[in-house]
Write a protein of this length. Structure first.
Length: 48
């Protein structure tokens, strides 16, 4: 099963990088990986 879009909410660039590597390595995501530094930013961008 592949997911079309994944949203990562984290302000640590090392964690974001590692999460992206794991998702891509396992072919888990077929399209987009969205990255936001905090929850407010994610809510603002995802609800518009």
């Amino acid at each position: 099963m592949k997911i079309d879009t994944v949203c990562i909410i984290d302000d640590d660039p090392i964690c974001v990088y590692g999460t992206k590597i794991l998702l891509n390595h396992n072919n888990f995501v077929s399209a987009d990986i969205l990255v936001y530094e905090d929850g407010d930013e994610a809510l603002t961008n995802l609800t518009n």
